[in-house]
Design a protein around this ligand. Structure first.
Ligand code: GLC
Ligand code: GLC
Length: 810
């Protein structure tokens, strides 16, 4: 069942009922000010950090679901309704929500009045705009009272939810004309406040929640709205809110527009006050001046539209497949940018107060956005590398505001270091900028021990070389990519963190997955050595990779598939010998995509085993059979009910690894079949089963053992975005950036048809036409600007050539 449809020309998803199976959200903001907005106007805003500088309150775990947002009440006679349906839930005569690139629009109507609400965050200002137009479509005059409502968060979202003994006495506001200023704690250590403004005269206002709503009411039936007027309350302690009351008289056919601004304002420490106790409003006045006219708002909105049009023009495919076109050209790249901005911090599943940035998550996200914003990717790599330890290991997470490693979780996730090589290699392949390798970068933010970034990569590489177990395979530490396979932790009591319980250096538990990663990124490291003329180091790296490949084939092969790990007792995990969890996806994906067993047949066998044992109609499950009891020697993975999350769920993140692995073996049909199964646009018609947004990937879809097989969870903030984009753009469509230039080597389904790609790469643009012939892989002819290239699929990059016309004959 569909709840909306794609409007590809406008780059929008159009939702046509507020009653979607779950809130379907969008993200606003590109730099410092961010908002989440749902299809019923739910959501919240923050400045830079969703935990520490949250402007408005949201209630996770609330019922009804999706409680709190930026709400507008339209009171027309006795009827009160909202453009986004919530919170009054008054039946609307028409409703539409359009989520676009960095903005959302609501168009709805009731009793002859239509509302059109546009909400977005401008490119370079710290505010959110709501432009609301009301039109009288009836034949008679309308006297409408419009109310606005936002509930302020007292900045630190965690403290705001827990520390009531203090917080309920701290709330403070100022109200001047139509501007409401939320200034809680400004007097002491803070130098920032929030603005909630409307560009018209108001009848009245409220800033105390108890006065606007009534102590025992929710936002679905505020007293003030019921009574038709605000009370002019000035909050002192308790619950500060921002509410305007505006009279809107409309003749038949007439439209009136109000602009609301939710702003974040900061003052220099020596210029905080206008007079004693009165905040300096200069930054707020600037926002008001800029956005209180429609021209100002339209200009900022056009800037936002242009930004996205330019960004998304860097990779554009034109194929016969509308799903591929819209996911590649619009939504998949958009989601990659959201993961760049949010990492794993704020979504409707990530509360914004939990994890900071993940070391491995951020390195992988980079694979999906490096072609869009290479300069910011460069900065990100340096930030991440600055949290690495001297011995090459890494903090598992770091805080975006301080950029410091998070010592609560610490280190000991032994895949982390290798992801730094993955990210850096992707950056250099994209940009050709080897100067990044010479940058001086600290360890654990300590400049006294800084070295070049190249040396950081060497230490990443060496960390695996010097941390091997009895089978010559990499020690796993607390966990590898699979955070929930905790082979050295042995937690037996509720409330203990599965991941940090027990020693961070496990005795002997080994990971075949890290082995596969080492082969892949060890080769990329060797290539970087070659590029920098470090031939001895290149040779050493290649030898280590060869040694690892041997170890995997001798001790990591189970006969039909790759083993997942050896536990702390030396027992196999993910082997036919096991009762539960006989086969896992990760080593099959990563060993094969790195080429392990390609020549000797294990690779092909492993992928056929994936198809036989792990595949399902909604994607490839992480393992089978699911664990049905808790295994203390395996940890969190066996704590989930069968079919959910890491216990045999379809963890979408690693499905593209298998798809990529299939392209390495030349199987375009199967690679694409895997791509299709988790592709949101293909799932649109089963939205009632899938439940999450049909325009973005979810972290997990419940596996076949689960009660709700096929149900998505944890949409938006997942490594799935970057990996599926890598899969479809670089391996299936086959436009892969190498250190020397773009390689074009598609691996497609036999009936895919001809296609064209436009790609901006380094300082040139590439217009690529691929002529297919029914085969899945193999380039017969590559013609670049009229010249045939033979013996390679790589178009050598020449900085003097700005335009490449490329024809590929398969
Ligand atoms: C989550 C984590 C990621 C991890 C994955 C598998 O998505 O963010 O780091 O690899 O789970 O456990
Ligand atoms: C939990 C989640 C897992 C996630 C991890 C990150 O264990 O189940 O998916 O990767 O937390 O810390």
């Amino acid at each position: 069942m569909n709840y909306g449809s794609f409007d590809d020309n406008s780059r929008e998803y159009v939702i046509n009922t507020p009653k979607t199976p779950l809130p379907w959200i969008n993200y606003l903001g590109n730099k410092d000010f961010f908002s989440l907005v749902s299809n019923t106007c739910g959501g919240y805003s923050f400045y830079k950090d969703a935990k520490l500088l949250r402007l408005t309150r949201y209630r996770y775990n609330a019922c009804p679901m999706d409680t709190n947002g930026k709400y507008f009440y339209i009171k027309d006679g006795d009827t009160v309704w909202n453009p986004g349906w919530q919170p009054t839930k008054t039946d609307l005569d028409s409703y539409e929500c359009r989520h676009g690139m960095g903005y959302s629009r609501f168009n709805s109507s009731k009793n002859g009045v239509s509302a059109s609400l546009l909400t977005f965050v401008p490119m370079s200002d710290t505010c959110e705009i709501h432009k609301l137009s009301l039109t009288n479509e009836s034949g008679s005059d309308k006297e409408i009272t419009l109310f606005s409502y936002v509930e302020f968060c007292l900045w630190n979202a965690m403290d705001d939810m827990t520390n009531f003994q203090r917080n309920l006495s701290t709330g403070e506001v100022e109200v001047i004309g139509s501007a409401i200023y939320h200034k809680t704690e400004y007097r002491e250590r803070r130098n920032h406040y929030a603005l909630w403004y409307v560009n018209t005269d108001i009848e009245s206002f409220d800033t105390s929640r108890d006065d606007f709503l009534g102590v025992y009411n929710g936002p679905d039936c505020p007293d003030a709205v019921k009574n038709g007027h605000c009370t002019g309350s000035v909050a002192s302690g308790w619950y500060p809110v921002g509410c305007h009351e505006v009279k809107v008289s409309l003749k038949p056919g007439e439209t009136k527009t109000c602009i609301f601004i939710l702003g974040y304002c900061e003052n220099p420490d020596d210029d905080k006050w206008e007079e004693k106790g009165v905040i300096n409003k200069t930054p707020a006045k600037k926002l008001i001046e800029k956005f209180s006219t429609e021209e100002g708002v339209d200009k900022a909105f056009n800037e936002l539209k242009d930004y996205w049009a330019t960004l998304l023009s860097r990779f554009h495919v034109d194929s016969e497949n509308p799903h591929v076109n819209r996911m590649v050209n619009i939504w998949n790249q958009y989601q990659c940018m959201v993961t760049f901005n949010m990492s794993r911090s704020a979504s409707y599943y990530e509360s914004g107060i939990g994890r900071g940035m993940g070391f491995r998550d951020s390195c992988q996200d980079l694979l999906g956005f490096v072609h869009l914003i290479p300069d910011r990717a460069r900065e990100r790599i340096i930030d991440i590398a600055s949290t690495q330890f001297k011995d090459g290991s890494a903090y598992h997470q770091y805080q975006p505001l301080t950029k410091k490693g998070n010592s609560d979780i610490g280190s000991g996730f032994n895949d982390d270091p290798l992801w730094l090589i993955a990210g850096t290699s992707a950056y250099i392949r994209e940009t050709g900028d080897t100067s990044i390798l010479d940058e001086n970068v600290p360890y654990d933010n300590d400049w006294s021990v800084a070295t070049t970034l190249f040396e950081h990569l060497t230490r990443s590489f060496n960390y695996t070389v010097t941390h091997k177990g009895p089978h010559g395979l990499p020690l796993i530490g607390r966990a590898d990519w699979n955070d929930c396979l905790n082979l050295n932790c042995f937690s037996e009591h509720p409330g203990e963190s599965f991941q940090t319980f027990g020693p961070s250096e496990g005795p002997v538990a080994e990971s075949i997955f890290i082995g596969g990663m080492f082969v892949k990124y060890g080769k990329e490291y060797a290539d970087l050595c070659a590029l920098c003329g470090k031939t001895d180091e290149q040779k050493r790296a290649e030898d280590e990779v060869a040694t690892m490949e041997k170890a995997i084939l001798s001790h990591g092969w189970d006969g039909e598939w790759f083993i997942r790990a050896y536990d702390a007792n030396g027992n196999k995990v993910g082997s036919n010998e096991c009762e539960e969890g006989k086969i896992y996806i990760e080593p099959q994906g990563f060993c094969v995509l790195s080429g392990v067993g390609k020549e000797t047949g294990e690779a092909e066998k492993a992928l056929r085993s994936v198809e036989k044992y792990l595949d399902s109609k909604y994607g490839i499950m992480i393992l089978q059979p699911a664990y049905t009891k808790y295994h203390v020697e395996l940890g969190e993975i066996s704590s989930y009910p069968p079919g959910y999350k890491e216990n045999a769920g379809i963890f979408c993140h690693n499905n593209p690894w298998v798809s990529i692995a299939e392209t390495v073996l030349g199987h375009g049909n199967r690679a694409f079949e895997i791509y299709k199964k988790t592709c949101p646009s293909y799932l649109e018609e089963i939205s009632d089963i899938h439940r999450t947004e049909p325009y973005v990937y979810s972290q997990m879809v419940a596996g076949k053992d689960a009660k709700f097989f096929g149900q998505g969870k944890n949409s938006w903030l997942t490594g799935t975005a970057a990996w599926t984009f890598t899969d479809i753009s670089q391996y299936i469509l086959g436009v892969y950036p190498t250190l020397k230039g773009l390689s074009i080597d598609p691996c497609i389904p036999s009936d895919f048809g001809d296609f064209k790609i436009h790609r901006e790469y380094r300082n040139a643009s590439y217009d690529i036409e691929v002529h297919t012939n029914g085969s899945e892989k193999g380039v017969k002819k590559l013609i670049v600007n009229g010249q045939e290239i033979s013996g390679s699929t790589v178009i050598p990059y020449d900085e003097n050539v700005k335009e490449y016309k490329v024809t590929v004959e398969m």
